[in-house]
Design a protein around this ligand. Structure first.
Ligand SMILES: CC(C)(COP(=O)(O)OP(=O)(O)OC[C@H]1O[C@@H](n2cnc3c(N)ncnc32)[C@H](O)[C@@H]1OP(=O)(O)O)[C@@H](O)C(=O)NCCC(=O)NCCS
Length: 254
């Protein structure tokens, strides 16, 4: 097992690669190899997790981001250094020459995702739609009025999907903005039903909605994913999701 083709992939402005890793069937030899990629503080953090699933999710997420970035730059996976902004969003701090590589991470039960792009803002969210959540109870506190009305109008069969559709879109946007929940959740909303989701904002969420594109995808029967991308003017963004095992050379299309 090894990632020897470091730096061989190229990204074009506006293009987003999404790397997906299943958390099922991670062998102990894979886990041991991933651990060697982590920085000392990351290894210490990994040891502090008491719950096995959370521990594995943390390990695979770190291994995925490090090996993924090394596909685009001739930098060993263990050499990447990260800092976080005031809202907790990580970005590359070293090597400086690779700081125009942007990434965003999301993890949920069974799945880890890493989106990568160059010179553009991106955000990703994946959710396990089978997790226990009272959607009727939660919706009023996380959706804008228009979203809430649309959610409530959905038939019983569609409600859960509608809920996670809005949820993942809102998370992808919050994460692309990098400002966490300091962006009021009722100050922006999405319109579904067209060719792709449309963002609407109020003056409590100043932005130019037209600069954003949103993509939705179901990587498995149990997972929903949304990606937000603001590409440079005049560039139509595209996304390419694929499955991968960190450190393997081969990736499959999702
Ligand atoms: C911080 C936040 C990004 C966490 O989101 P989440 O859904 O719990 O978690 P995800 O798995 O999608 O994302 C976590 C990853 O996002 C990244 N992240 C953390 N803060 C971030 C920020 N401000 N901006 C972008 N990315 C951020 C990190 O890489 C983190 O993983 P790591 O800690 O392992 O490095 C934030 O959006 C939040 O707290 N959401 C709460 C959930 C909520 O109420 N959502 C309402 C949706 S309608």
């Amino acid at each position: 097992m090894g990632l020897t083709n470091t730096g061989s992939l190229q990204l074009q402005a506006g293009h987003v690669d999404v790397w997906l890793t299943s958390l099922s069937n991670v062998s102990s030899s894979e886990a041991s190899a991933y651990l060697l990629l982590l920085s000392e503080p990351e290894q210490a953090q990994w040891q502090r997790f008491l719950v096995n699933d959370a521990r594995l999710q943390y390990l695979v997420t770190r291994a995925l981001v490090r090996t993924t970035l090394s596909r685009y730059a001739d930098v060993p996976a263990r050499a990447w250094q990260f800092e976080t902004n005031a809202y907790g969003r990580p970005h590359i701090s070293q090597p400086l020459a690779s700081c125009n590589l942007r990434f965003n991470l999301s993890n949920t039960t069974g799945l880890v995702a890493c989106a990568v792009a160059i010179d553009c803002e991106i955000g990703i969210d994946v959710e396990n739609t089978t997790r226990t959540v009272d959607t009727d109870e939660l919706a009023p506190s996380v959706f804008a009025p228009a979203e809430l009305a649309d959610f409530r109008e959905a038939g019983l069969e569609d409600r859960r999907d509608r809920f996670f559709s809005y949820w993942t879109l809102k998370e992808s946007y919050i994460k692309a903005r990098g400002m966490g929940l300091s962006l009021p959740l009722d100050a922006f909303w999405f319109e579904l039903g067209g060719a792709s989701p449309l963002l609407c904002v109020t003056d409590r969420c100043p932005d130019i909605p037209g600069r954003w594109r949103f993509y939705q995808h179901a990587p498995t029967d149990e997972h929903m994913m949304a990606v937000a991308v603001a590409a440079p003017q005049g560039v139509e963004p595209s996304i390419h999701p694929r499955w991968v095992t960190p450190m393997s050379l081969i990736a499959e299309s999702a």
